[in-house]
Design a protein around this ligand. Sequence first.
Ligand code: NAD
Length: 295
Amino acid sequence: MANIAFIGLGNMGGPMAANLVKAGHKVTAFDLVAASRDQAKADGAAIAESSVAAVKGADVVVTMLPAGKHVLSVWNEVVPVMTKGTLIIDCSTIDVESAKQAHALAGKHGMLSVDAPVSGGTGGAKGATLTFMCGGEEKAFAAAKPALENMGKKIVHCGGAGAGQAAKICNNMILGISMIGVGEAFALAEKLGLSHQALFDVASTSSGQCWALTSYCPVPGPVPTSPANNGYKPGFASNLMVKDLTLAQDAANATGAVTPLGKHAQEIYKAFDAAGHGGVDFSGIIQHVRGLAAK
Ligand code: NAD
């Protein structure tokens, strides 16, 4: 079992750190927020006074933070004081450029590093069923895999530095676009007098089939576990979808990729967010689509 430092104990990091404790690791944790530290303590982690104190004696360091600036700030603090050869894994969703800068910093100080953003949300974090999309050298990935297996079900090595973040934003761009498409189809069906169930029965076994329809249907009924059956309580909040679509647009602009639907999807979720629905599950975008018709 390893000595693991865990920095960033929010909605995702808290339960992920708890799963590392459950797996038998000695976890030393830190977060800026006292309530998150208290919860981690209750879950069996030792609490450090700072990020720098947390990484002392660690074999593995994990960060789970809001955005690229937080990751670079924490990595700039902790990497220089870590023992040479230590593994550092960032599980946050951040821009590809910051991820590459973080890897470069770790490499400069002789550390192994992996970018390992996740899919699966807070349910996956609690249940240790997350998917990890990893970027980094083969040796670093191999070293990271056992700890990631304690927090997730599927661990994929996507390529070199930043490849995990690249996979994450490309996947979520598909998701953001396809959820709007499914919402538009149900909104049109409603106008045509076609029942939700009839559209679902046809499209779920036809060429319109996709995850947004069959696993996360944006109308109540056909998929009982989807947030539509629960007042669009997240799930995956719309403001997080805005974040990921913005990262995708930043990457498209930086590389010259042409993603008109990704851009339009970003604008649609941004408008939904600006109307005060940032905390609503992203499948609630169907309400926005219906609202557009009324205008
Ligand atoms: P969160 O805001 O709940 O948690 C982030 C934590 O980081 C907070 O507790 C905050 O206090 C802490 N923090 C910020 N700066 C810090 C610093 N300098 N030192 C120590 N702690 C610091 O966010 P979350 O929902 O746990 O998400 C974390 C990351 O995972 C984000 O990048 C997010 O995009 C990604 N993600 C979230 C979900 C989800 O469903 N919530 C799903 C997939 C990916």
